[in-house]
Design a protein around this ligand. Structure first.
Ligand SMILES: Nc1ncnc2c1ncn2[C@@H]1O[C@H](COP(=O)(O)OP(=O)(O)OP(=O)(O)O)[C@@H](O)[C@H]1O
Length: 278
């Protein structure tokens, strides 16, 4: 039986992407070199690689924070590379993003941080904005912090505010650039549980760049290993019995085959209460 086109179409399709940076010496450096990949709707997709491999550049090409020198970026069937400024701004509402350093507005409360993207687009009433902010804070379990300022929060709480802010416009995909690299192990686990929940219960597609293989093991179903700006291999974590081509791929496979001792029940005992779901 053939699958209808809309179901078969990937959420994200990158085709033949190139990105180079001009160096102060005048030379250019190929950060991303002929990358094509596809991310299915609802997937949790990891991008791993050594430092400087081009992971962040590749992620930033998905929402055109970086413009490719060549190639196409398609999200939800729209070719972003062909859109004008205004259309791109609209299209970006369906692509949320979070960062290693949270990037919160320091002088704004948690409520105002999460409301920010909704006010920016200006199509909702105050009551609608308040309701949506409450919904998103409930998803990340932070409704009691709505009047706090970022400086009063822990690292994990800051990242959960950033997640709530990214979710506010109701995106279909959440791009995550090293979201747990500034966090300790327990807090990392809490944030990953929140992200896993958003992926499985809300159906938001996740693309995550990380240098931590355990993050990929915990959260992802697909992974691409990036080396020197290119995808060296890509595989499904559930697929067993295949020898991986890269050393990172083999290390990840070992981790999948022999997961660490700490299980969710142990981790949960030391965690904050489960987030409430909107
Ligand atoms: N704006 C820029 N100008 C010049 N070179 C850059 C720029 N941004 C990134 N690069 C270079 O491109 C390469 C890829 O950078 P990128 O940040 O994508 O790698 P990464 O795999 O995410 O690394 P890390 O894990 O260390 O963050 C690096 O060598 C980096 O120095």
């Amino acid at each position: 039986m053939s699958v209808p086109e809309t179901l078969a179409a990937p959420l994200i399709r990158l085709d033949g992407l190139f990105k180079s940076y001009r160096l102060p010496t005048g030379d250019s450096f190929d950060a991303v070199h002929d990358v094509s990949l596809q991310v299915r709707r609802g997937d949790a997709f990891g991008i791993v690689g050594q430092s400087g491999a081009g992971k962040s550049t590749l992620l930033r090409l998905v929402n055109l924070l970086e413009r490719p020198d060549r190639g196409r970026v398609e999200v939800e069937g729209r070719e972003l590379t062909a859109l004008g400024k205004r259309e791109l701004r609209l299209a970006r509402q369906s692509i949320g993003m979070i960062f290693q350093q949270f990037n919160l507005l320091q002088n704004a409360t948690v409520f105002d941080n999460v409301a920010f993207p909704l006010r920016l687009h200006g199509s909702r009433s105050r009551a609608e904005i308040a309701a949506r902010v409450a919904e998103c804070l409930a998803i990340v379990g932070l409704n009691d912090k709505r009047d706090s300022y970022p400086a009063q929060l822990s690292g994990g709480q800051k990242q959960r505010v950033a997640i709530a802010r990214a979710l506010a416009p109701n995106p279909s995909v959440l791009l995550c650039d090293e979201p747990t690299s500034a966090l300790d192990a327990d807090t990392t686990r809490q944030v990953l549980r929140t992200l896993a929940d958003i992926n499985t219960r809300l159906g938001v597609t996740i693309v995550i760049v990380t240098h931590e293989l355990e993050v990929v093991r915990f959260l992802c179903r697909q992974v691409a290993v990036v080396e020197r700006g290119a995808v060296a291999e890509q595989f499904a974590l559930a697929e067993r019995g295949v020898r991986r081509r890269t050393s990172l791929g083999r290390a990840l496979q070992r981790l999948v085959d022999h997961p660490p001792e700490v299980d969710d029940a142990d981790a949960a005992a030391t965690e904050e209460p489960e987030p409430v779901h909107a």
